[in-house]
Write a protein that binds this ligand. Sequence first.
Ligand SMILES: Cc1cc2nc3c(=O)[nH]c(=O)nc-3n(C[C@H](O)[C@H](O)[C@H](O)COP(=O)(O)OP(=O)(O)OC[C@H]3O[C@@H](n4cnc5c(N)ncnc54)[C@H](O)[C@@H]3O)c2cc1C
Ligand code: FES
Length: 534
Amino acid sequence: MNINANPEDARLTSGKNISYWTDSVQHAVQHPLSENIETEVVIVGGGLAGLSVAYCLSQTGMKVVVVEDGDIGSGETGRTTAHLVTCLDDRYYHLEKVFGKEKTQLIAESHQLAIEFVQRTVRKEKIDCRFECLDGYLFLHPSDNKDSLEREYLAAIAAGVRVVTVDEVPGLLHKQKALRFMAQAQFHPLQYLQGLCKAITENGGKVYTGTHATDIDHEGITTSDGFTVKAKHIVVATNSPVNNRFTMFEKEYAYRTYVIGALVKKDILPKALWWDTGDFESNPKVPPYHYVRLHPYNDQYDMLISGGEDHPTGDTSKTEIAEEDRYRLVEAWTRKNFPIEEVVYHWSGQILEPMDGIAFIGRNPYDRDNVYIVTGDSGNGMTHCSFAGLLITDLINGRENKWEELYSPSRFTLKESAPAFKHLINDSLSLLKEMLTFNGSEELSTVAIGEGKIMSLQNDPFGVYRDVTGGLNIVSAKCTHLKCGVKWNADELSWDCPCHGSRFTYEGKVINGPANFDLDAYHYDEINNQVTKI
Ligand SMILES: Cc1cc2nc3c(=O)[nH]c(=O)nc-3n(C[C@H](O)[C@H](O)[C@H](O)COP(=O)(O)OP(=O)(O)OC[C@H]3O[C@@H](n4cnc5c(N)ncnc54)[C@H](O)[C@@H]3O)c2cc1C
Ligand code: FES
């Protein structure tokens, strides 16, 4: 059970809380790169995107090397809920408005292909990851327009998706109309990654964990231990691309999202996926929605895994509900809708919402043609990342792919991006102002055990956290991406940047991009009442 796991385990994942997935697999000993090597393709990031790309390339006979700075799946893939869907979280009626009917059909087809690809791979590589096909039910959130299900139905049908309307949702405590999306899927994401890893190495690929890529360019990468991987092609699959400091953060926005795992008596719920259409009162632009699935737990119970209550990373000001209080809301909503008993897991994670609804998969903008990224995959990262394996493999092998332009990271759908871009600039300016006007010096002794605070010490902003041993952990409060001020996240014990979603442990180690460097850490000299850089 994960609740209040040892923060030391943050090595395994991107925060204090340990997900059920991380808790239920064996962790391999880390295998860092310890020499200079050459290969055809180097892939940075050992999540679903990186390993899907590596697997597909290795299938075509290419020599691949994966470098991952934590463990396999220690990023967002270890924190997902792993629905594989054609019921997309940016509604088809929205996608049709942005991209038109024809491209929306292509979008739907790509997610369908991704599900089929995962199914094929599971069979071919004999991966024991509880992959199963099942139906999913989308029902109306009370704050959403009454006609939104009807609109979604028509747009999904026009996009070629297998969907019907139903008067009742199996498993839900209340009778409610819904859309039933056929042939969705689910799996255990980390067991799937372990299967991919095994296949990659059997195909001659190499996977290095505990290996942080500090410098990344068109010739390859250099690690924090000073070793290099020279390569003909470079794929950056770090969720938020750490090699792209200035373009992509304008096109995607980071959100935190919250998950509980609650017990339900075995076999009382049908196997299905469930979603509501999202809370338009809390955020009309990106309405946070609830997402639910089942997973076997023990002989008596299944576990209902239920998530939602998203908010922009580092910013809970709209609702004034702090990160650590969000599980309560997820639990209350879940109890209202499903017959759950005890909550045995909770964790949070990060979602990158693309400006126009679909991921960015392809060549890195303003870079050489041999550098690729995968990012912005919203709540549909399982299919987006799997599809990235197919698309990037075609691009690297010089094969035509009809999705290349659609998913291109260089696209800029102006109508969709302009308001969001304005919002980003405003946010960054107000954060900068907030930081510049912070000048009251405070006593370090006021920081209680378990508390994190931004403090002005020697006229500079610092993040100060007092850990369970009473020790002070002091880091610079200026994000290493573009210097915005970080905020304390008492749920995951991390410093989160509200500008573009970079995150750091309380010791300053970077755990989410676009930042790729740690916060400077400081030592407090009690006698001279001074902080000095470690
Ligand atoms: C709570 C939650 C629920 C979700 N539910 C769903 C769902 O039901 N269905 C769905 O389709 N999607 C879902 N998603 C989204 C999906 O999980 C993600 O989009 C997907 O897992 C992202 O995979 P990735 O490989 O891009 O990133 P990650 O899994 O984060 O992998 C990136 C890896 O790069 C590594 N890395 C970063 N920087 C470096 C560096 N410099 N050097 C070396 N390694 C580095 C990180 O350690 C990390 O392991 C959910 C996400 C969350 C958080
Ligand atoms: S993430 Fe961009 S400034 Fe922090």
